[in-house]
Design a protein around this ligand. Structure first.
Ligand code: ADE
Length: 243
């Protein structure tokens, strides 16, 4: 996968792309990151990238020219048509299923504004997706794009050591992940549930399933709206409700 980022603050990305799994993913050849300062594409004599809004009002608006030119160049360089993702609080709320969609693409371009708004023609004619990472406002799209990129890159084949380790993630299955324990079995009197030490895998699977349901019931009951529950799951949840 090729990931291009358009930003006015390219240095913000060096730590995140240069460490841990994201760096390893690039080393393995699963992804290449290219961070571009889109001010360099501005044809204005002072390399301006924003201007006052027509009709007045506070704040500045990013002009179309630098972003159109940058994205046209990056699109023409690539072999496949990229998804162009605009990071903004007005976008569609980001979810694991969107991460799974993005992970199937060959080429993603992220557009990050900072303080400013975007000229509407950028939204209408240039971008394929508008994405928000949550119902709060950041100073810019940079941190938001890093969150999205991290969640996409970890899904690429060969990026996580253990191929199955993301299949049980909270949200991948549609439910929150069950609790996990490791050694020691007794830490300062706090013990590990007996069933996990039993070696009975059918019982362990059942316990994990119930714990996932319980955690989802208490923390994120809204997730059940989208989730197909089995009869056994429903029985367990009914019992939980009685308790
Ligand atoms: N830019 C500013 N706030 C944002 C948010 N919540 N998500 C994505 N991009 C943003």
């Amino acid at each position: 996968m090729k990931i291009d980022v358009l930003t006015l603050f390219p240095n913000m990305f060096s730590g995140v792309f240069g460490e841990s799994i994201l760096q390893k993913a690039q080393d393995k050849g699963a992804v290449t990151y290219d961070v571009h300062d889109f001010r360099e594409y501005s044809t204005h004599k002072h390399r301006k990238v924003d201007d006052y809004p027509y009709g007045g009002g506070a704040g500045m608006v990013l002009t179309p020219q630098p972003l159109f030119d940058a994205i046209e160049k990056l699109t023409n360089e690539g072999e496949t048509k990229p998804r162009v993702v605009l990071m903004c609080p007005q976008g569609e709320r980001y979810t694991q299923s969107k991460a799974e969609q993005f992970a199937k693409e060959e080429h993603l371009i992220f557009v990050c504004g900072h303080y400013e708004g975007y000229d509407e023609r950028i939204r209408e004619h240039l971008v394929t997706d508008e994405v928000s990472i949550g119902d709060y406002v950041l100073t810019g799209g940079e941190l938001a794009s890093m969150v999205v990129i991290d969640s996409v890159v970890r899904l690429l084949p060969q990026v996580l050591g253990n191929e199955v380790s993301h299949q049980d993630d909270s949200y991948s299955s549609g439910l929150l992940e069950h609790p996990q324990y490791t050694r020691p079995a007794n830490f300062r009197g706090m013990t590990v549930p007996e069933v996990l030490l039993s070696g009975n895998h059918a019982k362990i699977d059942e316990w994990r399933r119930q714990q996932s349901l319980k955690r989802t019931y208490h923390r994120r009951p809204d997730l059940f709206d989208e989730y197909p529950l089995s009869d056994k799951d429903k029985d367990y949840l009914e019992q939980l409700e009685k308790e």
